[in-house]
Design a protein around this ligand. Structure first.
Ligand code: C2E
Ligand code: CA
Ligand code: CA
Length: 275
């Protein structure tokens, strides 16, 4: 019984690993855009590009599954380049419509160690006629961020070129706080495992407020992920956080929906609108 299950898992993995490179090349791994909303104003602070893949036979594959596969099968750089290109295409479209908001793109640790990464990113910005502040790179907390020479060089070069670095999933990784001061980081995203239930769990609230206070004291702006209810939105505003991202405001949107979102008025919780 157990063997059969293992076989099925291995077979699925083999199918996905085999089909992923062609799907990336064909543009079948697409970006969707989740708004980040400014807590103080309700205005859109930007969007995070999130990859989506619907396999022709197996249906929607979660990013957690195919990103991991891409990382272990050598296609993560191609995937990242494709998402970056799609994201900058949309960022240019937003600008044309009068909304100069940045797009955030996720960078897996493997990609950050690519020798030519900073050149590729700069070339992509140029191709789309965009300034460096149209792009934010989300880096997950990891050892390589602090220790790997090429990763460090890339991050320093890109930051020097004017691209903002954001630390993703903060609180879950190797939280060596020293690197926040040693790397050119402009923004930190507190992981949703702490944020999601901070309104009900006093322990989570203590963690989020402590992290936010610490990050603010060293001059970083704080984004909270996984905001699903108004109580959490209000608490984050009280803590002076910069922006919130989560299903309360919006899931990741299709390109046309994201453009329409920008055209709509500022976002506010329904409880406020009713008053
Ligand atoms: P992430 O970077 O932490 O992205 C946020 C994830 O939280 C997304 O999951 C998003 O859909 C989900 N999310 C947003 N709001 C809420 C909420 O209110 N509640 C809950 N429970 N979840 C929320 P998604 O799209 O499934 O992506 C999962 C992970 O896959 C991402 O986590 C990121 O690490 C990775 N990923 C996605 N796209 C890319 C990509 O283009 N490149 C790389 N390297 N990784 C990517
Ligand atoms: Ca992210
Ligand atoms: Ca995250």
């Amino acid at each position: 019984m157990f063997d059969l299950q293992q076989d099925l898992v291995a077979e699925r993995r083999l199918i996905l690993v085999t089909d992923l490179p062609a799907a990336i090349a064909a543009g079948d791994v697409v970006a969707r855009y989740q708004p980040k909303v400014e807590l103080a104003t309700g205005r859109t602070a930007g969007f995070e590009a999130l990859a989506r893949w619907v396999h022709p036979d197996l249906g929607p594959i979660s990013p957690a599954e195919f990103i991991e596969l891409a990382q272990h099968s050598g296609s993560i750089s191609a995937l990242t380049d494709s998402i970056l290109d799609q994201a900058l295409t949309q960022a240019a479209r937003w600008r044309e419509a009068g909304h100069a908001v940045p797009v955030s793109v996720n960078m897996a640790p493997g990609v950050l160690a690519d020798d030519d990464l900073s050149e590729r990113v700069r070339a992509a910005l140029e191709r789309h006629g965009l300034p460096p502040d149209a792009l934010i790179l989300e880096l997950t907390e990891s050892m390589s961020l602090a220790d790997d020479r090429r990763t460090r060089d890339n991050v320093l070069r890109l930051a020097a070129a004017g691209v903002m670095m954001s630390i993703d999933d903060f609180g879950t990784g190797y939280a060596a706080l020293s690197y926040l001061q040693n790397l050119p980081v402009g923004e930190v995203k507190i992981d949703r495992t702490f944020v999601a239930r901070m309104a009900e769990h006093p322990g989570d609230f203590v963690i989020v407020s402590g992290i936010a206070r610490l990050l603010h004291s060293i001059g970083l702006r704080v984004v909270a992920e996984g905001v699903e209810d108004e109580a959490t939105w209000n608490l984050l505003g009280d803590l002076g956080c910069y922006a919130a991202q989560g299903y309360l405001m919006s899931p990741a949107l299709e390109p046309d929906e994201a453009l329409a979102w920008l055209g709509a008025s500022v976002w506010q919780p329904e409880g406020v609108a009713a008053g």
